[in-house]
Design a protein around this ligand. Structure first.
Ligand SMILES: CC(C)(COP(=O)(O)OP(=O)(O)OC[C@H]1O[C@@H](n2cnc3c(N)ncnc32)[C@H](O)[C@@H]1OP(=O)(O)O)[C@@H](O)C(=O)NCCC(=O)NCCS
Length: 177
């Protein structure tokens, strides 16, 4: 089983961050943009190591979700990927164990935008599909993000969530969810 390291972005060597980015470039077959990677920075990373190779990565960064009239402190999971030849061995589960511990200890809820292939993985871990409409708080005001409806999962922690209600994420460049 791989060794799991957890560290804030600020404590990771540039070479380690480059290795994590390279892994995600492989995992997402070149579809990981600079903005996608930037979204995974500034929080806690969980890295799976096998000898001196990074074979898995996930991170959690702080965002605000406007839900039920409150701006809730949210641990937003980004950059989840395991090297193709190391899947099915519990690596992603070990990474999420660490990140969910951070989320439970530090945030009102967890949230993430999933790929279709990973839905079952998150559901088995207790993440719940947000059923209501999704929006973003843009520089122009709140705008609907219909293309993200049905693709956002949350991990309730400190507050009860009405999964049929509206969820509004804070603003960032490129993909807001
Ligand atoms: C999704 C992904 C991260 C899973 O990594 P992994 O290391 O193979 O997952 P694990 O071996 O830790 O799986 C843990 C459990 O989840 C299950 N699981 C894993 N992937 C699953 C999936 N896609 N659907 C349903 N269940 C899944 C496993 O069967 C295992 O169940 P068990 O505990 O009952 O044995 C990996 O397939 C991947 O990198 N995919 C491509 C990138 C991607 O889609 N990332 C998600 C972005 S949101």
């Amino acid at each position: 089983m791989a060794d799991v390291q957890t560290a804030h972005t600020g404590y990771l060597e540039p070479s380690v961050l480059r290795a994590a980015r390279a892994l995600l470039d492989d995992v997402f077959a070149g579809e990981m943009t600079d903005a996608d990677w930037e979204h995974a920075l500034g929080g806690m990373h969980a890295l799976a190591w096998e000898d001196d190779a990074v074979i898995g990565h996930a991170s959690v960064v702080q965002r605000r979700m406007w839900i039920g009239g409150r701006a809730l402190r949210t641990g937003y999971v980004e950059g989840v990927g395991v090297r193709a030849d190391r899947r099915g061995r519990g690596v992603a589960a070990a990474l999420l164990d660490e990140l969910e511990r951070v989320i439970r200890g530090a945030y009102d809820l967890g949230a993430l935008g999933t790929t279709d292939m990973a839905r079952g993985f998150y559901e088995a871990r207790g993440w719940q599909l947000w059923q209501g409409p999704t929006s973003a708080l843009t520089p122009r005001g709140i705008e609907r993000t219909p293309e993200d409806d049905g693709g956002i999962y949350v991990l309730p922690v400190a507050v009860e969530l009405d999964l049929d209600g509206e969820i509004v994420c804070d603003w960032r460049d490129a993909d807001v969810w």
